[in-house]
Design a protein around this ligand. Structure first.
Ligand code: SF4
Length: 297
């Protein structure tokens, strides 16, 4: 199948001029420090425009960007997100059906025999630590939250093994509350795009959050992460097959030859869309056509 990305035009020169940026991120993102100045020589206004344009372009390329973990409820998403550390979402999706069939509720998992859980989680790697986390967080949910996943950041981050990244995934996708997920892809891409030069995830979250309306945060996170997984890889970004090359100051960091770049596109074929084995109903209702199978042919 021909790749569904547009051929990249030669990149426009991105000029960047520093200017004060003091936008505060309120509400769900208590990270208080916002990058004071855009990196490079771009004005604040130009940076905001370019960042939003990149997000719009990515929304066209990944019209069905969504979390790539299978889940039916907040508890399943919380556990799956904890399990996804250091492994692929596809691997997690292959593992969680057996886990949730045996332990469908926090109460069930809280009372589980750790050795039996370890056996199920073995394919996810770090299975002892992950077993401890998911049993621990299930106990906390049972004892402190009546067996329900709380819908507040400050409660979620108190659960064992749950950091801000996991909490925002759950808030954004199981509770519909805007959140920015600063994972490894997000950190790499926003620095390549010179949206910020911060390296601390909380500061990145605050700096990027200030460039977008809150209502964009969750989808933005999906777009950036999908782009990082499929095109803008850590080692060899496929610049020559990148639809946002004209907006990217890091164009040329990877392969620029279109043919060679196309061969670098990655797509884990677990199911559609993305790595899900159990696609959501909305995707099926759309005729199963919404997810672009980049590089799948
Ligand atoms: S570094 Fe290359 S692949 Fe990544 S966004 Fe820029 S142009 Fe695209």
């Amino acid at each position: 199948m021909a790749p569904l990305v547009k051929k990249s035009a030669p990149p426009k020169k991105v000029t960047i001029a520093p200017k004060k940026a003091t936008a505060a991120v309120k509400g769900l993102a208590p990270a208080k420090t916002v990058a004071a100045e855009p990196p490079g020589g771009e004005s604040r206004t130009a940076l905001v425009r370019r960042a939003r344009r990149i997000n719009r372009e990515l929304a066209q390329v990944y019209p069905y960007a969504h979390p790539e973990l299978d889940f039916d409820n907040p508890f399943q998403l919380l556990v799956a997100t904890v399990l996804s550390a250091q492994t692929t979402d596809l691997r997690v999706n292959q593992t969680t059906p057996a886990l949730f069939a045996k332990y469908p509720t926090p109460e069930d998992l809280a009372a589980a025999n750790p050795e039996e859980v370890e056996e199920i989680l073995r394919p996810c790697g770090f299975f002892r630590a992950k077993t401890k986390s998911v049993i621990g967080l299930s106990k906390a949910l049972t004892e402190d939250f009546g067996g329900e996943v709380p819908g507040r950041l400050e409660d979620l981050v108190k659960l064992p093994g749950v950091g801000r990244k996991t909490a925002f995934v759950v808030l954004g996708n199981a509770f519909g509350r805007p959140g920015i997920t600063v994972d490894t892809h997000f950190q790499r891409l926003v620095r390549r795009w010179r949206w910020t030069d911060e390296t601390d995830p909380d500061k990145i979250e605050a700096a990027v959050g200030a460039l977008f309306p809150k209502s964009d945060w969750t989808d933005l996170s999906h777009h950036v992460i999908w782009h990082g997984r499929r095109i803008c890889h850590a080692r060899k970004p496929a610049c020559g097959a990148c639809p946002i090359a004209p907006l990217c100051p890091a164009y040329g960091e990877g392969e620029t030859d279109p043919e060679k770049a196309r061969k670098l596109l990655k797509y884990e074929k677990g199911g559609f869309p993305g790595q899900r084995l159990n696609p959501p109903q909305a995707y099926l209702d759309a005729g199963g056509k919404a997810a672009p199978p980049l590089g799948a042919g």
